[in-house]
Structures are given as structure tokens and as C-alpha cells.
Write a protein that binds this ligand. Structure first.
Ligand code: PEP
Ligand code: MN
Length: 363
């Protein structure tokens, strides 16, 4: 689907876009205190969850409609624009009624096309920016599907928020970032605003800076960070929230990269290096082509001798040898595994094609 997007804020192309505020609105004082402190830092958008989608019932599920009145006060007192999460028709209606400036769709909503459609139907005909978090699971189509549903409701001020993906293995993150997805979104939709939610990626305070810096290095348009006056006592997501002062310190340390430059010498050097990379990519492709021709020959040979395609001992040997050689070249084990598995799978596909063809086995 062809889509063109508008900037999510009134100042077009403002970067970085800074979104900060508590995970949840808890009390009027907590909301206003945080907003006053953040207003002094000139943030662009004040966030606060009003309805909280919690994994299990019984945890704090959000303050509900009374909290919207506090956000209204934030706007009146500080002039900050405000944003909150919506997941259902009545959330949208109440948020609009209370003058919420930007809506966001949470990760647990993006996974469900019924819910996203319900939100889309509720905002149809309203001119309001909408931010769409990635779904819980790493499914790029599902994320794009949510963007399309909101776009079809007539919303063009759309942004996406990368908040990482649920992962079952051991990891230092609460939700593992998968930077290839936002990079791919930027490639397909260059005018789509892309924000990094470092709080929900990290789930802890000590790596918030590194993840935000990584997002800036990858040319994200902004960050969303959870800020609370007394993080340890927060009613939700206590481990990842930071104080307004800590946020100021974190933001002050972030290095912003320029998306581009008009310095001729720089551009010429870059062009030269990119040409070299293109040549190397061509060489790699031509070698891969040759490798697959060999796989075809092996396939024909195995067919003639009626031997199974998959030879586990051979595959182990390729993997171990490749990882060891990769390490010498400074290539990580993680990369080598992905790379070798992809090549191996393609070889198997080639051999299978040969095996199942009518052609007689011959080298
Ligand atoms: C949140 O922003 O507080 C939230 C619930 O986030 P997510 O949807 O990313 O889990
Ligand atoms: Mn949260």
C-alpha cells in the first residue's frame, strides 16, 4: 500500500523529538510534578499511561478517566503537549474529549488486528497524530499492517515506536531490540517518524543511555523515556524509570549525529568507500553463485548414489570451521551462525531441486 506521512509535531522535521513522562499517571501531584520538571527541559511531548495493559490482573491497571483531567492541567500549566495509550473505542473518545494531543498504540494492542481496527474506526475523521509501538513479537508485517489500518482511517501524522520484542532466552534486555526492523521501515517509508522507547527495551536504568545513543546513531527521529519523581516507588515499571534530573543528565550526554552533510571532501570519500563495498558485494555474490553450482553437482552425485541430502557431521564441520575462521576476521559467532545457516539452507534447497527433478543424477 502506497503511504506518505506528515511530521507528527507542528514544527515539521523537528529532531530529536523528545517524549518523556511517567509509565503511569498515579496521583495528580506525581503527574504535575514530573511535568513541571520536564517542561524546564523543553521536552516535546509529555507521556503518561492512563489505562495500563498489564500481563496479569491485580497489578495496577491505570487510574482511568480522572487521570485525563490531570493531563489537561499539565497542558494548561506547562504548555506541554500530552500523549497517552489507547486500546479501545472508549479510550479514544475519552482521550479526545480531554484534549490529548497525540495517541499511542501499545505493543499488546498492535499484535491484535481486531483491536487496532477498533482504534482506527474510533479515530476515523479526526486529525490527530498517532504513534504505533511495535507488536510484542518480531513480525514486521503485523507492525506495517497496524500502520496501514491507522492510515486508512485518514491519519497521516503517524510515527512508530521501537520498544523491542519479547524473547524467551537469556538477555540483558527486557525486550530485545531488533534494529533491522526500524531500518527497513525507514527504507520503505522515508518520511515516517521513528522513535526509540529505550525504557521498555531496557527494563533497567543502567543501559538506558546506550540504547538511546544507538538509536541516535541509527538516525532515529527521537526517544521516548519513562520519567518518575520517585522511580523506586512507581506503581508500574519501577526498575526502568529515572528521575527528571537523571533524564536531563542522560539527554545531555547523547551525541546527535547529522543525517548528512554538504562537505564535498567527506561526500567524495564516502562515495569512494561505498563503491568499494559495492564491488565486494558483487564478488561475494559471484562466489555464492559458484558455491551453489557446486551444491547442484553434489546434489546430482548424491542422487545417482541414493544418498541423503543432509549430512549432519558435514554441517557441524562447516559450522565449527566457519565460526573459528570468522573469529580471526573479527566476525561475531552470532553473525557467522546466521550467515552459514542461510548459505547451508540455500544449498539444501538447490540439492533438493536437483533430487526431485526428472534429470538423471550425473556430475
Ligand atoms: C508503556 O509505554 O508504558 C507500555 C505499556 O508500553 P508497551 O506497550 O511498549 O509495553
Ligand atoms: Mn511502562
Amino acid at each position: 500500500m502506497e503511504m506518505t506521512f506528515q511530521p507528527i509535531l507542528d514544527q515539521p522535521n523537528k529532531r530529536p523529538i523528545v517524549i518523556a513522562g511517567p509509565c503511569s499517571a498515579e496521583t495528580e501531584e506525581q503527574v504535575l510534578q514530573t511535568a513541571r520538571d520536564l517542561a524546564k527541559q523543553n521536552i516535546d511531548l509529555f507521556r503518561s499511561g492512563i489505562w495500563k495493559p498489564r500481563t496479569r490482573p491485580g497489578s495496577f491497571e491505570g487510574i482511568g478517566v480522572p487521570g485525563l483531567k490531570w493531563l489537561k492541567r499539565v497542558k494548561e500549566e506547562t504548555g506541554l503537549k500530552v500523549t497517552t495509550e489507547v486500546a479501545k473505542t472508549d479510550h479514544v473518545f475519552e482521550a479526545l474529549k480531554h484534549g490529548i494531543d497525540v495517541l499511542w498504540i501499545g505493543a499488546r494492542t498492535t499484535v491484535n488486528p481486531f483491536s487496532v481496527q477498533e482504534v482506527a474506526d474510533a479515530i476515523k475523521g479526526v486529525d490527530i497524530p498517532v504513534l504505533i509501538k511495535n507488536p510484542i513479537n518480531p513480525d514486521l508485517s503485523l507492525w506495517i499492517g497496524a500502520i496501514e489500518r491507522i492510515y486508512k482511517a485518514g491519519i497521516t501524522r503517524i510515527g512508530v515506536i521501537h520498544r523491542g520484542f519479547a524473547y524467551h532466552g537469556e538477555t540483558k534486555y527486557r525486550n530485545v531490540p531488533f534494529w533491522q526492523f526500524p531500518i527497513e521501515l525507514k527504507r520503505r517509508f522515508p518520511d515516517l517518524t521513528i522513535i526509540c522507547d529505550n525504557s521498555h527495551i531496557c527494563g533497567r536504568r543502567d543501559i538506558l543511555f546506550d540504547v538511546a545513543q544507538k538509536a541516535f546513531d541509527l538516525d532515529f527521529d527521537g526517544i521516548m523515556t519513562e520519567v518518575h519523581p520517585d522511580p523506586d516507588k512507581a506503581w508500574s515499571d519501577a526498575a526502568q524509570q529515572i528521575t527528571p534530573d537523571q533524564f536531563k543528565e542522560l539527554f545531555g550526554r547523547l551525541v546527535r549525529r547529522n543525517p548528512t552533510t554538504d562537505n564535498i571532501e567527506f561526500l567524495e570519500t564516502l562515495e569512494h568507500l561505498r563503491n568499494e563495498i559495492d564491488e565486494i558485494d558483487d564478488e561475494i555474490l559471484s562466489l555464492l553463485g559458484k558455491r551453489m553450482e557446486l551444491a547442484d553437482s553434489i546434489g546430482r552425485y548424491k542422487k545417482r548414489n541414493n544418498i541423503a541430502i543432509l549430512q549432519p557431521s558435514r554441517w557441524n564441520e562447516i559450522l565449527e570451521r566457519g565460526i573459528a575462521k570468522g573469529a580471526i576476521k573479527g566476525l561475531s559467532e552470532e553473525f557467522m551462525e546466521i550467515y552459514l545457516k542461510a548459505i547451508h539452507q540455500e544449498s539444501i534447497n538447490h540439492q533438493e531441486a536437483v533430487m526431485s527433478s526428472k534429470e538423471e543424477g550425473a556430475i
